[in-house]
Write a protein that binds this ligand. Structure first.
Ligand code: ZN
Ligand code: ZN
Ligand code: ZN
Length: 374
């Protein structure tokens, strides 16, 4: 069922870098400095095998060729990146000061957008080499840079979603009761890989009271008859992320459990229904939260409603009160309201949704009604 999408080409990366340089200029920036991490992968396809104290940085500025500054010993690897033909490689050896080597590529006194995960070591080094130069975090300066996905990216996100859906369908067939959370988590990880994921980022199995802690991953607790179990799993398939949650019940649920699950399901539906081009991201949070507040559980919905997804499983934009960024066709993010009853159980339902001209379209399509497992 899992097919490999056509690989990105040097031209794809050339276009992304040109678009980023233009967006930077439009934002009044002298350029962008991109360290190894998701932004570099997105712009060049280059993912160094290890991120070290040695400086690697992509320098982008409108009207200039992109330059990738790399340690000499990693230059051969960088040359193999798919985007390499679209940029100039400039290597430096350990004997030289990499910041002095990079400084001539930057406008002294300019303001640069810097990828969020750039090491302070490197930023301070550049600042010393070029006093008067200032910096702003990339997601603050250009929050939309990776937020809007093109058709090829959407195809990959949809395929990752389908693989996560297949994982969920299979996990419903395994035994829960009498096994540890960590056993079911291992099943989830194996299934994600079986359905084409190259990387598993998280496999949350929160049974009973553990489900009431949204940050609980999976522990040694033995799952029992009568437990609610929050499942939240995802990772990367062909370089793009999946992230989905369903809450299942071991054996027959009580009416109270059914009710709370139903409130979350309605809230999740309301969040998806609020997805609309031109509307603010916070509207998704408001719509989902309203349902939970009206049901009397507002205090127990203790996190934002969603986050973006792309070459990482968590990234901007965020579906949260105060986020006025407008939804644009091609954006992809989670809609994942939850209710957490301390000491008892939690319920979360999560789908990845993409913005289309007609509203939100889910990339996860398994049933959202509470499934009963053994
Ligand atoms: Zn129960
Ligand atoms: Zn999740
Ligand atoms: Zn999520």
């Amino acid at each position: 069922m899992s097919t490999t999408p056509a690989p990105f080409t040097a031209d794809d990366y050339r276009a992304r870098m040109a678009r980023a340089a233009e967006a930077a200029a439009d934002a009044g920036l002298a350029g962008l400095l991109i360290a190894p991490g998701p932004d570099l992968v997105h712009l060049t396809g280059y993912r160094p095998t290890a991120v070290t104290e040695r400086l690697t940085v992509l320098v982008l500025a409108a009207g200039r060729d992109p330059v990738l500054v790399v340690p000499a010993l990693e230059a051969a690897d960088a040359e193999h990146a798919v985007g390499a033909p679209a940029l100039t490689l400039r290597d430096w050896t350990d004997a030289k000061d990499p910041y002095a080597a990079t400084a001539p590529l930057l406008d002294a006194g300019g303001r640069f957008g810097v990828s969020d995960n750039t090491w302070a070591l490197h930023l301070l080094g550049l600042q010393q080499a070029l006093p008067g130069t200032s910096y702003v975090a990339l997601t603050e300066a250009l929050p939309m840079l990776r937020a809007v996905k093109d058709a090829h990216e959407l195809e990959r996100l949809a395929a990752a979603g389908a693989a996560a859906d297949a994982t969920y369908e299979e996990i419903l067939k395994v035994r829960f009761s009498g096994r540890r959370e960590s056993d079911v988590a291992a099943d989830l990880a194996a299934l994600l890989r079986q359905f084409g994921h190259s990387q598993v980022d998280f496999t949350v199995v929160g049974s009973g009271p553990n489900g009431a802690n949204p940050h609980h991953e999976a522990g040694e607790r033995t799952i029992e008859q009568g437990d609610m179990v929050v499942l939240d799993f995802g990772g990367l398939k062909d370089g793009y992320g999946s992230d989905t949650s369903r809450t299942v019940h071991v054996g027959d649920p009580t009416p109270a459990e059914q009710h709370i699950h139903e409130v979350v399901r309605e809230a999740q539906q309301a969040g998806v229904d609020a997805v609309k081009p031109g509307a603010a991201c916070q509207e998704v949070d408001r719509a989902a939260r309203e349902i939970i507040e009206e049901a009397g559980y507002g205090d127990l919905f203790i996190h934002r409603t969603g986050h973006g997804i792309g070459v990482t499983t968590h990234e901007p934009p965020y579906m949260i009160e105060g986020e006025e960024l407008e939804m644009v066709p091609g954006m992809c993010f989670s809609v994942e309201p939850g209710i957490y009853l301390p000491g008892r159980f939690g319920v979360r339902i999560e789908d990845i949704v993409t913005v289309t001209e007609d509203g939100g379209k889910r990339l996860n399509n398994t049933a959202r009604e509470m499934a009963i497992v053994e």
